[in-house]
Design a protein around this ligand. Structure first.
Ligand SMILES: Nc1ncnc2c1ncn2[C@@H]1O[C@H](COP(=O)(O)OP(=O)(O)OP(=O)(O)O)[C@@H](O)[C@H]1O
Length: 363
């Protein structure tokens, strides 16, 4: 079931939480809503569910206007971060609940409900735990039950609000893998909210990056990481350094020094240059932007240096172990990949991406 969101806006009194959001969710895809706290992720998800009344705009499930359909009839499966299962019901009763409370005419026979519950238990890898009570499960197991309960009624869309947010890092990682596997098996159209970029990039087919109630970018994990569309997305996803530069006659200047970008750029005026730590080439001071190494710290398998370029500008640089870079050294830096945004937020030139992004320069 595809979802179309058109010009959706939501205000809480005078506080705008969503501004004119347009979004298409493809049938069968796993879409992440990613953004900092207060960016509107939950409001968007709850609006899709019908739990929040939008101030303006429309939502379609397929051809049908969902925004005109009562919540109960939207056919939405919802899993919350703290979805309290019914404590007095067993796992099997919890999962079968949605089916067992259907009106008599639509309610499957008891044996059919039992069969559906057992197959869902199998799907969420909890076979054998059907007679336990929620208090006898771990947090991760409870979220699996919550997902099975949401799936029991065969929803048109599945909505997950920080489903693993309350769990520890190791369990989160396991459940991430598990959710991806379940998605491969079931292909429910799924939208999930997370503020954890690693979770979004690892799990989702596409990521929607939100800030202040607006969509900044929609793209595959590779697209949002390799070719961020806006300065916000570049700064928010992955590590990066930002240099306040000026574009003049095809060259990019950090104050009075030309930044060695290897090609000319189109545009004029103040701009923001973004570079990821792994995209600096380290050489002699005369061979690039000269700077002084202020610190070198271990970072995963390699090392990461803070390099001061002067005038209060520092950048973070990954250095391989065989580079003898030490605190106090003077080195020269050249960006191998970068992205430049003019003051109006437009990208001047794309980063050569692993997966080719739209290429060419802006006129
Ligand atoms: N019931 C409410 N009443 C008033 N303002 C609200 C209400 N719910 C959300 N907001 C405001 O709307 C904006 C978006 O909130 P929302 O919960 O959608 O953000 P979020 O991205 O999900 O944040 P978080 O990651 O912290 O949950 C915020 O400014 C928030 O303070």
């Amino acid at each position: 079931m595809e979802i179309q969101i058109r010009d959706l806006a939501k205000d809480y009194g005078t506080v705008p939480a969503l501004h004119s959001v347009d979004l298409d969710v493809k049938s069968g895809e796993l879409l992440a809503l990613l953004g900092p706290s207060g960016s509107g992720k939950t409001t968007l998800l709850r609006s899709i569910a019908g739990l929040e009344q939008a101030s303006r705009g429309k939502i379609f499930f397929g051809e049908e206007e969902a925004s005109a359909t009562p919540v109960r009839e939207r056919g939405v499966g919802f899993v919350f971060q703290h979805y309290a299962l019914f404590k007095h019901m067993t796992v099997a009763e919890n999962i079968g609940f949605g089916l067992s409370v259907r009106p008599r005419a639509k309610r499957p026979p008891k044996a059919a409900i039992r069969e559906r519950v057992l197959s869902l238990l199998d799907l969420v890898r909890l076979k054998g735990l059907e007679d336990r009570y929620p208090a006898q499960l771990s947090g991760g197991q409870r979220q699996r039950v919550a997902l099975a309960r949401a799936l029991a009624v065969d929803p048109k869309v599945l909505l997950l609000d920080e489903p693993f947010g309350a769990l520890d890092a190791k369990v989160r990682k396991e459940l991430r893998k598990w959710l991806r596997e379940i998605h491969e098996e079931t292909h429910y159209t799924t939208v999930f909210v997370t503020h954890d970029q690693e979770e979004a990039l690892e799990l989702a087919d596409r990521v929607v990056v939100l800030d202040k109630g607006r969509i900044e970018q929609v793209g595959t994990p590779d697209e949002v990481y390799d070719a961020p569309a806006t300065p916000f997305v570049f700064a928010f996803i992955g590590d990066s350094s930002e240099l306040p530069v000026t574009v003049d006659q095809g060259r990019v200047w950090l104050y009075d020094r030309a930044v060695p970008l290897g090609l000319d750029v189109v545009g004029h005026g103040p701009a923001r240059l973004f570079v990821r730590p792994q995209h600096w080439e380290v050489g002699a001071p005369a061979n690039g932007l000269a700077g002084v190494v202020r610190s070198v710290l271990r970072h995963g398998p390699g090392r990461r240096a803070e390099v001061e370029l002067g005038a209060g500008v520092s950048v973070t640089v990954d250095v391989s172990d065989d580079h003898a870079v030490r605190t106090g050294d003077r080195i020269g830096l050249k960006p191998s990949r970068w992205r430049l945004f003019l003051a109006d937020g437009q990208a001047v030139a794309p980063i050569p991406a692993r997966r080719p992004a739209a290429s060419g320069f802006r006129a």
